[in-house]
Design a protein around this ligand. Sequence first.
Ligand code: ZN
Length: 144
Amino acid sequence: MNCDESKHKCQLLIDDELSEEEISPLMEHIESCYKCRDEYIGLLKLKKKLSGIKGPAPDEEWFETLRRSKGRRFAGGAGFILMVASWLLLAGYALFTLFSESGEGLFVKIVVAAAVLSVIVLFITALTDRIKESKTDKYKGVMK
Ligand SMILES: [Zn+2]
């Protein structure tokens, strides 16, 4: 285990999010590495300080209003879809005119096609990553 890995796992351990089998390799590293030991002790002290502080928590009614605002969520979703659709139509129209009517050279057409293709590939990659992540998301159901 290197120090970067160790620092990350120290934070997880402090937050009780480290799995059982990861704890002992981390402890071995902390025992042999003074930098990470200091880091771990610092985090422990910080946690102790923070646990004494109780922030104001919103009451149940506040959560209820969040859950109830389906109309608001629907309006937000519809607005987003309209925006994306209009942008796609505009981009499609611009591409159509570029390739069918304009007197632009072949080079410009190839560069634009490559740029559009790269955006599509990036979007699909991000979307598939998000879908894969959402299946194993341990914060699923946690309110933002
Ligand atoms: Zn270390």
